[in-house]
Design a protein around this ligand. Structure first.
Ligand code: SF4
Length: 177
């Protein structure tokens, strides 16, 4: 969903807390990402537009993320890639046209390529690996959410107001894994 109502944000926050209390999830997500990357490597897709797809409004594109991915991502990115000077558009982790959280980026970033030759395999791989991520939520009893990236980040405290020039920082942060 693109926009979360206040009660939905509260429910997502509770789901993230639930994920944070299960340390095994980080390794589970890494295994799914590694399996996907191994298959993607056999396709050798090109990145033709060098980071334009991360400027969502300009590119007409949106990124979505699951509960477990967001929980794992946040704990990894929080100490290494603080968000500064973000105007609220595009991805807050893009710096100088590059991804500042490349190793931790979610599945949606990994699977999307603008290379037209990717059309033949992209959808099938998306569906299969997304299903594996969704199954993790069932297996570990973590409520499943699939939310727009910036809406999800706002729940863990990353928002335009997180920048040093844009007012007070949100107070919420998740417990450490
Ligand atoms: S996390 Fe990285 S790859 Fe994904 S949208 Fe943001 S800058 Fe782009």
């Amino acid at each position: 969903m693109l926009k979360l109502a206040p009660d939905q944000k509260a429910q997502l926050a509770a789901a993230l807390d639930c994920a944070q209390q299960t340390p095994a999830l980080a390794a589970e997500i890494d295994r799914i990402y590694a399996d996907f990357e191994a298959e993607r490597a056999t396709q050798s897709p090109r990145c033709d537009q060098s980071g334009k797809c991360c400027r969502f409004e300009a590119y007409g594109h949106r990124l979505f993320v699951t509960t477990i991915e967001l929980a794992v991502f946040h704990e990894r990115a929080k100490p290494t890639a603080p968000v500064v000077d973000w105007d609220g558009t595009g991805c807050p982790y893009q710096r100088g046209g590059l991804c500042s959280v490349h190793m931790a980026r979610p599945f949606g970033c990994r699977v999307y390529f603008c290379d037209p030759t990717a059309d033949a395999w992209q959808q099938a791989q998306y569906e299969r690996f997304h299903a594996a991520i969704r199954e993790l939520h069932v297996r570990y009893d973590v409520p499943y959410w699939y939310v727009e990236w910036r809406e999800g980040l706002s729940v863990v405290g990353v928002s335009p107001s997180a920048g040093p020039n844009a007012g007070p920082k949100p107070s919420r942060s998740l417990p450490v894994l």
